[in-house]
Design a protein around this ligand. Structure first.
Ligand code: DGY
Length: 322
């Protein structure tokens, strides 16, 4: 393919956009940073050789029907449940993602959520900003200790392991984990215990952290029954995908005290977050910031570019998912 037409669906970090423009004469950047929507995405697939989407673009099977020009989709992000990769593959499109480069940053965000919800940091900040703090007192805003508590990990991939390592080596937390496809005994974390079921993790952990992909059989895995299996003193942390948790069931569990709190970076219907959830003080809510550092977002973009370059020069992309 000589000089491909490339559509980038959202703004990317400046160093990556500069590199794209330097290398390719026919790049269309989304200067306004407004999501293209289904029609814009369909037009991109019909008119461009390469489309570079991200999690805010929903690329369902219907978008891949019929005549398309695109042969390469380089997703900016590790999760690709927003792309029907089987339909893309049937349409002859190669799809890549960005694993590895965001592991530590996402694990750091997960620990931020865990610490914030345990120590009521969001609530405390709101109190100070609203001018409602009346001074130190022994019973003021008491949270829960983190050190020495049990961390339960569901999904022991790269990010799950990175969170477990931080929690164990940094906070002395015993780790219990479940993963349906990973059978490594302890991932080099002393005492880490692999268990056979999700239910065991839910029952044993003081903090349950989710690290599985979204969609498929993981959709609403954490429903009312799952939440009821957790200790009433336990916290749920989700930096994976919003659809893994039944959001209404979580709201009910947070209200009734079925669990103590939740730290969330992802939601069922982003960017919509129900008012009922926003009003709960025992929920820490971040706007999908998992990988949001300058360094990591630049590395993600550069990885997409490296795989695009490989594809265009007839080499196998290193992060091909379809
Ligand atoms: C990821 O990399 O999967 C982030 O959640 C953004 O898509």
């Amino acid at each position: 393919m000589d000089e491909p037409v490339i559509v980038v669906t959202r703004r990317w970090p400046a160093p990556v956009e500069e590199e794209l423009v330097r290398r390719f004469p026919h790049v269309r950047l989304n200067v306004e940073d407004v999501p293209l929507g289904p029609e814009g995405l369909r037009a991109a697939l019909e008119q461009a050789d390469v489309v570079l989407p991200t999690v805010s673009d929903r690329l369902g099977a219907e978008l891949f029907d019929g005549e398309l020009r695109t042969t390469f989709l380089g997703n900016f992000g590790v999760g690709y449940d927003h792309i029907d990769i089987e339909a893309a593959a049937r349409a002859g499109i190669v799809v890549t993602n960005t694993p590895g480069v965001l592991t530590d940053t996402t694990a750091d965000t997960t620990m931020t959520l865990l610490l914030m919800v345990a120590r009521r940091a969001g609530e405390g900040e709101r109190e100070v900003r609203a001018g409602r703090w009346t001074g130190w007192r022994p019973t003021h805003m008491m949270g829960a200790d983190v050190t020495g508590k049990t961390l339960g990990i569901l999904g022991m991939g790269r990010i799950g392991v990175a969170v477990a390592r931080r929690a164990h080596f940094g906070f002395g937390m015993p780790v219990v984990f479940h993963d349906p496809v990973d059978f490594e005994p302890d991932h080099g974390i002393p005492g880490a215990r692999r268990v056979d079921t999700v239910e065991e993790v839910l029952a044993l952990a003081d903090f349950v952290s989710l690290h599985m992909p979204g969609g498929g059989e993981n959709a609403r895995l954490i429903d009312a029954a799952a939440l009821a299996r957790m200790k009433p003193t336990a916290f749920l942390v989700n930096s994976a995908r919003g659809d893994v948790v039944d959001q209404q069931a979580l709201i009910a569990a947070l209200r009734s005290g079925t669990i103590a709190g939740a730290g969330l970076d992802v939601y069922e219907d982003e960017p919509e977050i129900p008012r009922d959830l926003r009003e709960l003080d025992n929920a820490v809510l971040l706007p999908h910031l998992g990988s949001a550092t300058r360094e990591t977002r630049t590395a993600m973009g550069m990885l997409v570019l490296a795989d695009l370059q490989a594809f265009l020069t007839g080499h196998p992309p290193s992060c091909r998912v379809a």
